[in-house]
Ligand binder design. Structure first.
Ligand code: NAP
Length: 278
């Protein structure tokens, strides 16, 4: 079997093209969706992510502002900026690039973001709403993974989905979203015994372990949809798995581009909701 290669870049571009139209329509109603990205410190990878987010938001007609703060910024100074952005009428989404310098408590910063503007979906209230199935801003990478699976034409309902990894930012939320889509879900982690026996039962296999090459081809069920979240090197042994799978994401060019698409989508959704609520 030759697997269908799931092209995350092409899907991202389709989503962004749709959002560009949505933004045009919102502008005609007097609202330009706005995203504020906050970067503390000068980590090169974070700088690159922030630059990409700002560039893409401008390309689709969004209002964008980037706040670059020195690594010596105090927690109170950062919280004061969040408070300002929470009250800014032209900002509908706030994203604080993680990780933050060690002297700043990440949780305090995430908790301070107004839930309606929590486009990263990390606020405890957003997580709770996702858990109980209420409409909310979903975390970007997990939401992007669900979108990729759907775009293969796979009906998730009734499938056995196996998630490798249980982090708060990828593994757990993706497992929850798969459950919401009516999959039967198993979650594997570093203490899981006989992982191969479990992954081989997966109609949908999502791997988010951050362990390059963890999943060889014989861990994959023939015909499965395989989503490799690992970066910068994939967690799945691509060539071997692609020979067995029905569909598979490459690294790079699979899940990564979807995170930005979902961030933009959340910002447009937040703007639309704020418009509706006056
Ligand atoms: P993380 O917080 O380090 O969590 C890794 C998870 O994998 C943990 O739950 C861990 O189990 C599990 N694990 C580690 N080794 C394992 C093994 N040998 N067998 C089974 N499970 C194992 O990582 P993360 O933040 O979720 O990120 C995972 C990967 O996704 C990384 O490569 C990261 O760079 C990538 N990522 C990509 C994007 C994107 O493309 N946009 C976004 C986010 C993350 P325990 O809980 O038992 O320790």
């Amino acid at each position: 079997m030759t697997a269908q290669i799931i092209n995350g870049r092409a899907i991202r571009d389709e989503i962004l093209a749709g959002l560009k139209q949505d933004i045009e329509e919102l502008k005609q109603q007097g609202v330009q969706p706005g995203l504020a990205v906050v970067l503390v410190g000068d980590d090169p990878a974070s700088k690159q992510y922030v630059g990409m987010k700002a560039k893409k938001s401008k390309e689709i007609g969004m209002y964008s502002e980037v706040h670059t703060l020195p690594s010596t910024t105090s927690q109170d100074e950062l919280l004061a900026l969040i408070d300002k952005l929470n009250n800014a009428h032209n900002v509908h989404g706030i994203l604080v690039q993680l990780p933050l310098p060690a002297h700043i408590e990440e949780k305090a910063v995430i908790d301070a973001i107004r839930v309606e503007k929590d486009v990263d979906g990390f606020h405890p209230v957003s997580v709770g709403n996702m858990m109980i199935g209420d409409d909310c801003l979903l975390p970007c990478t997990p939401a992007g993974i669900i979108e990729l699976i759907k775009r293969t034409g796979t009906d998730i309902a009734g499938k056995h989905a196996v998630v490798v990894g249980r982090s708060n930012i990828v593994g757990k939320p993706v497992a929850l979203l798969l459950l919401r889509e009516n999959a039967t879900v198993s979650v594997c982690h570093s203490k899981t015994a006989n992982m191969k026996e479990i992954t081989r039962q997966a109609d949908i296999l999502v791997v988010a372990a951050g362990r390059p090459g963890l999943i060889p081809g014989d861990y994959v069920k023939p015909g499965a949809v395989v989503i490799d979240v690992g970066t910068p090197v994939g967690d799945v042994q691509y060539e071997e798995a692609a020979a067995v799978a029905g569909a598979i994401t490459p690294v790079p060019g699979g899940v990564g581009p979807m995170t930005i698409a979902m961030l933009m989508s959340n910002t447009v959704k937040a703007a639309r909701q704020m418009l509706a609520n006056g």
